[in-house]
Design a protein around this ligand. Structure first.
Ligand SMILES: [Fe+2]
Length: 297
């Protein structure tokens, strides 16, 4: 009874056009118009991995967590409800909009919205990146990962581990100041049952957009380099230069999206065997690169 992978990310936007341009022309995602007027962004044979919905703000809405089958879905929902978590059954319209077979929605202890679902439709048009990206690493690894804000790290980690079946991959402890009185920044990286190094990370910092960042993984480092070139050429704010993370080994850069959060675009992330994995503690964030730039005023 565990979440299998990150299935999708829902985003609210006042205007869909900036996301259409960012997704298709800059990152190289395939776009499609959803029946309800939302914008679908595709990275593979699913109808969408990001859904951009019209609203009155530019922000993250919810993470969609995939359960492998109906039995896993109902067992997880039952466990959460038994623990007192308020979950709302998805309406027929919501289930149809997510291209799922079953859906519930709720929040984690910090109010981060989440959805659990099972069963997915397929996008029948073959995936073709409009920018020639050779492909995105999804399939059995899910869409990528999300990093959510949490003021109470341990409470949040316990929620995702004990109720949703996540488990520890890595705990990063970063010295943020030469002043020993300034506490270390602790970030927790959790894996679902799929072999992606982490589908979820939890970070004790407030984020106005509701999401620290989300990540897409490309097949090849040349795909990542060309995406970085397109971001720079189009004038997007590159929040972090190219670098390699110490824990998941991913080579990536970060770019500010129209949603007020960053997108990490990477490749070569680790896919551990969980039966032999020993959770790690990382004392540095990166083995090289990843120089951060504050957003323009
Ligand atoms: Fe990341």
């Amino acid at each position: 009874m565990a979440v299998h992978s990150l299935g999708y990310v829902r985003v609210m936007a006042r205007d869909l056009a900036p996301w259409r341009r960012f997704g298709a022309e800059v990152i190289g995602l395939m776009t499609a118009e959803a029946p309800d007027g939302s914008l679908w962004l595709r990275t593979d044979d699913r109808p969408f991995r990001f859904v951009i919905e019209k609203g009155d703000a530019d922000r993250f809405i919810a993470a969609g967590w995939e359960l492998l089958n109906e039995a896993e879905f109902h067992a997880t929902v039952k466990r959460m409800r038994t623990a007192g978590v308020a979950l709302r059954d998805g309406s027929a319209a919501e289930i149809k909009a997510r291209c799922a077979h079953g859906l519930v929605s709720g929040t984690d202890p910090d109010g981060n919205a989440l959805e659990l679902y099972w069963g997915r439709f397929r996008g029948y048009d073959p995936f073709m990146s409009p920018q020639g990206v050779s492909g995105f690493v999804t399939g059995d690894l899910g869409a990528g990962h999300v990093v959510l804000p949490t003021p109470q790290l341990e409470r949040s980690v316990d929620f995702y581990k004990s109720l949703l079946g996540f488990d520890d991959t890595d705990e990063m402890r970063l010295v943020m100041s030469p002043d020993p009185a300034v506490p270390e920044l602790c970030i927790r990286f959790l894996h679902a049952s799929c072999r992606r190094h982490h589908s979820l990370a939890l970070m004790p910092m407030p984020v106005p957009s509701g999401l620290v960042h989300t990540m897409v993984e490309m097949r090849d480092i040349d795909d990542v380099g060309r995406a970085l070139d397109r971001c720079v050429a189009a004038g997007y704010h590159v929040s972090s230069s190219l670098g390699r993370h110490s824990n998941d080994g991913m080579i990536s850069f970060y770019v500010a999206t129209p949603g007020g959060f960053d997108l990490e675009v990477g490749c070569m992330g680790l896919t551990p065997d969980w039966s032999t994995w020993v959770p790690t503690r990382s004392l540095i964030a990166d083995t090289w690169g990843h120089k951060w730039s504050p957003p323009p005023a």
